[in-house]
Write a protein of this length. Structure first.
Length: 154
């Protein structure tokens, strides 16, 4: 289906708005009348500004997910059940909240590993590690380089 520039802009605004609200691209594209994924990716390939808008929308989505983690962690309303015998911890709610947080943390780490990932480089300070060759020395004292030179035809 061909889209006019007006329709294209309308759909792009809608898609980016949905992503910023926390929806996936797939979910936004499943809306009736929305462009196909192939069309959307073609638009991004053709226009770097659209690609930048998509990147900003996905960053906003990640920030929203991060905020949701804090909201879930701070939510305590259902953690305790008040009964005539006293207070009881609702372990089901606590476990569900833990699962929601862990799932969101995992998604964030996949979406933006540099910002939200767990990998910590403590050995190289974000610089490439220097690879040192390991010298191979035979029992008779010859090195790998000596063997290569001996075996090369003249």
């Amino acid at each position: 289906m061909a889209y006019s520039e007006t329709d294209k802009k309308k759909w792009l605004d809608f898609i980016f708005s949905e992503i910023e609200k926390g929806e996936s691209l797939r979910s936004a594209l499943n809306t009736n009348g929305a462009p196909t994924a192939a069309t959307f990716y073609k638009w991004m390939d053709e226009d770097e500004e659209i690609l930048k808008q998509y990147a900003r929308a996905t960053e906003a989505r990640a920030d929203k997910i991060f905020d949701e983690i804090l909201e879930i962690a701070d939510k305590q309303g259902e953690d305790i059940i008040h009964t005539d015998e006293g207070e009881i911890i609702n372990h089901n709610i606590v476990q569900r909240n833990r699962l929601q947080i862990d799932a969101r943390k995992w998604v964030l780490a996949k979406m933006n590993p540099k910002k939200y990932g767990d990998k910590v480089d403590v050995t190289s300070g974000d610089k490439p590690l220097q690879q040192q060759p390991i010298p191979i020395v035979l029992q008779d004292g010859r090195t790998y380089e000596d063997l290569k030179n001996e075996l090369q035809p003249e």
